[in-house]
Ligand binder design. Structure first.
Ligand code: NAP
Length: 427
């Protein structure tokens, strides 16, 4: 087997581990001849846990793409644009294979990069970009190649899942658990991409493009994060036998959304806790496949990077999004308002006669039917917390009800609305 020379750009959490694995004796056992030839990062003097002896250093990562002796560029810098995109574009243009963990870049520029890789007849692989150590893209691209995928559901962000799991297990508030996640290194100093659902939306866009043979569209993903989830919502969800999870859901020809949902405790995905990820694929004829595993971190992510490198060394090739770019269809544009679901509604209302009938009158006018209702008062308080779950209805109707209720003199503060997913909906 011919030797493949590798240049790694970015030697942080993932890049350093990838380099260590490539240099380790264990790696020699995978039957390939991958050789780490050059690296780039910002600080040459940082301790990366391996020796730079015999490996060329570049201050400017873009120089890696210009080297004739490098066959594969591994981009592990991050960021949807900037240096990462410049490096990957120029590497593909120079006829080099590219492996990256950069889901943000693929979500925003994946189609153009796939066209470039196709023109140059090289591989562009990003297994590490989605669900870390779970080989989700290989599963869809190769293992389920004979199937017609209908829906992909996932817990795609370990930080959010850690926070929600901790809130569920301990009853602690969001801010408290977020601070702990930051201390433990599960959450970035700026956690917004994780907790606002953006990171999960990048991954869902990739899964949908590959699973449904579509031009990748980040804009087609409706995205809502977990900042507003109150410990009361977690507790009430539990009383109704649901767990709150940040779920990414993509349906063929339908909605793509990342949002916190109440998921029935009878579904396996409700029990994926901590920083774990899960991917659930519904397809014909296989029916349903559930996978779970570590969604981030040095080892799981480097494992996925290495598996892409090994595929390239073994000449295992496939179009970037499963079919050639000229056969990819446009992603459907579906308004979030059309989403049909059961809903959970929590609000604080005045504790006086007639309020319940006023609320049900508003819901009735919008054809929203209530499935169950729970009322919790507090001693000496003149308000009560009212929690309702509805039968299937449109988000449009729920948002109209929310707007009308928010104006009512008997409602105090914000009204929380979350989608409910029953186990039978996911099969
Ligand atoms: N961490 C995870 O668990 C995980 C999981 C899945 C996917 N990913 C993705 O993997 C990629 C890398 O993430 P990470 O967590 O490893 O990030 P990280 O720890 O912040 O590392 C980033 C690396 O890029 C280097 N870098 C920054 N700007 C550079 C520049 N202009 N030129 C050359 N090198 C530059 C940094 O150099 P210095 O070290 O010298 O500062 C650092 O080594 C991202 O796309 C991320 O989304 C990460």
């Amino acid at each position: 087997m011919a030797q493949m020379n590798i240049g790694i750009a970015g030697l942080g959490v993932v890049g350093a581990k990838t380099a260590q694995l490539l240099l380790s004796p264990l790696h020699a056992q995978n039957g390939t001849d991958l050789s780490l030839r050059a690296v780039s990062a910002r600080n040459k003097d940082a301790d990366r846990g391996f020796s730079l002896d015999g490996i060329d250093w570049h201050d400017d990562a873009r120089e890696l793409a210009a080297r004739d002796d490098i066959d594969i560029i591994v981009e592990l810098i991050g960021g949807s644009d900037g240096i990462a995109l410049e490096l990957v574009s120029s590497a593909l243009r120079a006829g080099k294979h590219v492996v990256t963990a950069n889901k943000a870049m693929i979500a925003h520029h994946g189609f153009a990069l796939a066209e470039l890789a196709e023109t140059q007849n090289v591989s562009l692989l990003f297994e590490a970009g989605v669900a870390g150590g779970i080989p989700a893209l290989k599963l869809i691209r190769e293992g389920l190649a004979a199937n017609h995928l209908t829906r992909i559901t996932g817990i795609l962000n370990g930080t959010s899942n850690f926070i929600l799991s901790e809130m569920t297990a301990t009853g602690r508030p969001f801010a408290d658990v977020l601070a702990e996640a930051q201390e433990k290194g599960f959450a970035e100093a700026d956690p917004s991409f994780d907790i606002d659902g953006v990171d999960a939306a990048h991954k869902l866009a990739i899964l949908a493009a590959l699973g449904f043979g579509e031009k990748i569209s980040f804009d087609a993903v409706q995205c809502k994060g977990i900042r507003a989830i109150d410990k009361a919502d977690i507790a009430f969800a539990g009383e109704f036998d649901y767990t709150i999870k940040l779920l990414g859901i993509a349906e063929r020809g339908g909605m793509r959304s990342v949002q916190p949902c109440l998921i029935s405790n009878s579904h396996a995905i409700a029990h994926i806790n901590g920083a774990m990820n899960a991917v659930c694929v519904e397809a014909e004829p296989v029916n349903i496949i559930n996978c779970s595993g570590p969604g981030a971190g040095a080892g799981p992510t480097a494992s996925a990077v290495l598996s892409d490198l090994i595929d390239i060394a073994h000449h295992r090739t496939a179009p970037v999004f499963g079919v050639s770019t000229d056969r990819l269809e446009d992603a459907p544009e579906i308004s979030a308002a059309k989403q049909i679901s059961k809903f959970y509604i929590r609000m604080l209302v005045s504790d006086r006669a007639g309020v319940l009938s006023d609320i049900t009158a508003i819901l009735k006018e919008l054809d929203i039917s209530v499935e169950s209702m729970l009322q919790r008062g507090q001693p000496k308080a003149d308000t009560v917390t009212l929690v309702m779950t509805t039968h299937q209805t449109s988000l449009e109707a729920i948002e109209k009800a929310q707007a009308r209720l928010a104006k009512a003199d008997f409602v105090t503060g914000n009204i929380m609305v979350l989608s409910i997913i029953d186990a039978n909906e996911l099969r």
